[in-house]
Ligand binder design. Structure first.
Ligand SMILES: NC(=O)c1ccc[n+]([C@@H]2O[C@H](COP(=O)([O-])OP(=O)(O)OC[C@H]3O[C@@H](n4cnc5c(N)ncnc54)[C@H](O)[C@@H]3O)[C@@H](O)[C@H]2O)c1
Ligand SMILES: [Zn+2]
Ligand SMILES: [Zn+2]
Length: 395
């Protein structure tokens, strides 16, 4: 089959690789009909090289048609079923899964790396599981993960259930905005724009969105957010305070993560670390403050006293300096983490199945292509060229 493989920093290629097969009774093989590129893939493209091996198959947002099912998953799935697959691989029955913490599944935890549940297409840290930017993908724990779609509506109504829709939904939930309150969303990429949709649907009274890309700001405003342009607003925190009776936002969602603009020094350090030999680079990333924390610091600054900071953006360093004095003095609550996808998908599937498309899921993708277009699309999405917001590929 053809699959998108990682070859080195900013180097991905479509290659011919062996077809996946059933390896465990609870596996299924899915023929991919749509797969998306995520901001998390950009960390692999730009930064996390030390955790990848040339030839790794990328991709964790995908859906398709079940081709083969192992005996252990036959009660849940049959060949021919249309499914969307959560990016975290969870068993559904361990101690963590029973508590809805699917991103911490104890059956698939990457124990040798000290990390949570395995993820599709996401490095040796998370199980080195081949991803779904491919014609076919092996889906472990198919007796629990895949969500069956009983509808003929277009793929894009369901594709985002794999990641960015539940991620944004969880991010809004964790931001804990009280009735009549304000949610500030930092970053209006696919996750931030899904968060605007989710917050609007959930009746959040005031939504403020921050980015510096004109197309993304325009889309945020169209969806109902008051937008602030990072590149032309001198003091974002002051502008947020002006919009919130001088208090700051009740909840702040960081939908940016470790590649934030505004940290030129750590940008250089992280770039250098990524070019060191594997083990040296891994040690540098794990023991130094290499994240670009502009967005997280801005979140602390913009939150009101007693407010909540909800972090969906991915951070990778283990010793990042944070404004602890402000976090303490302002009595902030922080919630983080990989999305527990299956905790939200029953509720969200109902919204995706609604033909009125209340979350405007069909309007998110700006770029479409085949798998062969993937290298060019990675570049475009990374550079935010041609007003690119979200890429969907049809293998
Ligand atoms: N927790 C999870 O389970 C989960 C799931 C999916 C994605 N993510 C993470 O969410 C983040 C966003 O993903 P995406 O697909 O929307 O990515 P993206 O890179 O397309 O979007 C990030 C946006 O943030 C903007 N930005 C950069 N610096 C900023 C700053 N200082 N202040 C405000 N905005 C700034 C960029 O212009 C961009 O539009 C990434 O870190 C991604 O890895 C996490
Ligand atoms: Zn993703
Ligand atoms: Zn589990």
């Amino acid at each position: 089959m053809r699959a998108l493989t990682w070859q080195g920093m900013r180097d991905v290629r479509v290659e011919e690789v062996p077809d996946p097969t059933l390896e465990q009774p609870t596996d299924a093989v899915v023929r991919v009909t749509s797969t998306a590129i995520c901001g998390s893939d950009l960390h692999l493209y730009n930064v996390l090289a030390p955790y990848l091996t040339p030839g790794d198959i990328l991709g964790h947002e995908f859906m398709g048609i079940v081709e083969e099912v192992g005996d252990g998953a036959a009660g849940h799935l049959s060949p021919g079923d249309r499914v969307v697959v959560p990016f975290n691989i969870s068993c559904g029955h361990c101690w963590m899964c029973e508590r809805g913490l699917f991103a911490q599944c104890e059956t698939t935890q990457s124990r040798d790396q000290g990390k949570g549940a395995s993820l599709f297409g996401y490095t040796s840290m998370y199980g080195a599981v081949p991803g779904g930017q491919a014609e076919l993908v092996r889906v472990p724990h198919a007796d629990f993960g895949p969500i069956k779609i009983d509808s003929d509506a277009p793929d894009e109504r369901f594709l985002y259930l794999s990641d960015i829709l539940p991620t944004a939904w969880q991010g809004v939930e964790y931001a804990d905005v009280p009735d009549g309150g304000t949610l500030l969303i930092l970053g209006l990429g696919p996750v931030g724009l899904m968060a605007v949709r989710s917050a609007r649907h959930r009746g959040v009274a005031q939504i403020i969105g921050v980015d510096r890309e004109p197309a993304r700001l325009a889309e945020g405003a169209r969806l109902g957010a008051t937008t602030l342009d990072l590149s032309s607003t001198k003091d974002i925190a002051a502008a947020v305070h002006d919009l919130t009776d001088g208090r700051g936002a009740d909840g702040v969602l960081d939908a940016v993560g470790m590649e934030a603009h505004g940290n030129p020094v750590s940008e250089k350090v992280i770039g250098l670390a990524s070019r060191l030999p594997g083990p040296v680079a891994r040690a540098a990333i794990e023991h130094a403050g290499i994240d670009r924390l502009a967005a997280l610091h801005l979140a602390v600054e913009c939150a009101r006293r007693g407010g909540t900071v909800s972090v969906s953006g991915v951070y990778g360093g283990a010793a990042s300096p944070m404004p602890l004095m402000d976090i303490f003095d302002k009595a902030l609550t922080f919630r983080h983490g990989q999305c527990n996808v299956r905790a939200w998908t029953d509720e969200l599937l109902r919204l995706a199945l609604d033909d009125n498309d209340p979350l405007e899921l069909q309007d998110l993708a700006t770029h479409h292509g085949s798998l062969e277009d993937a290298p060019q699309m990675y570049d475009l999405f990374a550079e935010k060229g041609d007003d690119c917001i979200k890429v969907v590929l049809k293998p």
